[in-house]
Write a protein that binds this ligand. Structure first.
Ligand code: THU
Length: 161
C-alpha cells in the first residue's frame, strides 16, 4: 500500500480590491451578470463572467425552471454559450459570484461538479487553463489556475482509449 497526498494550489486575497485590474474588472462583470439570474425557487442568485483572449466578455447567470432539473447553473450558461458561439477565442478567466437576500454569504461559492466537468472539457479543448476567481460580497477571494485544483482525478477522453 502506498499513501499519496495531493496538494491543491490556490491564492487567497482579502477582497476584490486586492486583485489585479483585469481580475477586478471581471468580478464587476460577474456582479452585472447576476442581474439576469432567474432564481425564483432557490432565491440564490449566481453570476459568472468569462474573459476571452480577444477581450470579449461573456455573461452567464443561473436560470431556474418550475420543472427544477431543467434549470442550469450560471457557469454552464456562460460556458455553453462560449462553446456554441466563440470556441476559437480561448477563455482566459472566469469570475463567479453569488447573492441571496436570505442571509449574507461569508465566503465564495465553489462551482458544482457538473460545471467543473464542463470547464475541464473546454480547458482540454482550448489547450490552456482557465483562471477561476470565486468571490462573494464579503469574505476572501479565491483564485485557482485551472481545473486541476478542483478535480485532480478528472475523467477525460484519454481514459476512453
Ligand atoms: N448554482 C449556480 O448557478 N452555480 C453554482 O456554482 C452553484 C449553484 C445555482 C443553481 C441553482 O439555481 C441555485 O444556484 C441554487 O443551487
Amino acid at each position: 500500500m502506498t499513501n499519496h497526498e495531493i496538494k491543491i494550489a490556490f491564492q487567497e486575497y482579502a477582497s476584490v480590491k486586492e486583485l489585479e485590474t483585469t481580475h477586478r474588472d471581471l468580478c464587476a462583470e460577474a456582479v452585472k451578470a447576476m442581474e439576469n439570474s432567474h432564481s425564483p425557487y432557490s432565491k440564490f442568485r449566481v453570476g459568472a463572467a468569462l474573459l476571452l483572449k480577444s477581450g470579449k466578455i461573456i455573461h452567464g447567470s443561473n436560470q431556474e425552471n418550475v420543472a427544477y432539473p431543467s434549470g442550469l447553473c450560471a457557469e454552464r450558461v456562460a460556458l455553453f454559450y462560449w462553446g456554441a458561439n466563440h470556441p476559437a477565442d480561448p477563455i482566459i478567466s472566469m469570475a463567479v459570484t453569488a447573492h441571496t437576500d436570505e442571509f449574507e454569504l461569508q465566503k465564495p461559492i465553489t462551482s458544482c461538479g457538473s460545471c467543473l466537468q464542463v470547464l475541464a472539457e473546454y480547458e482540454k479543448k482550448q489547450k490552456q487553463p482557465v483562471k477561476v476567481i470565486l468571490f462573494a460580497s464579503k469574505g476572501p477571494v479565491w483564485v485557482t489556475n485551472g481545473i486541476e485544483a478542483f478535480l485532480p482525478f478528472l475523467f477525460f477522453e484519454d481514459r476512453l482509449s
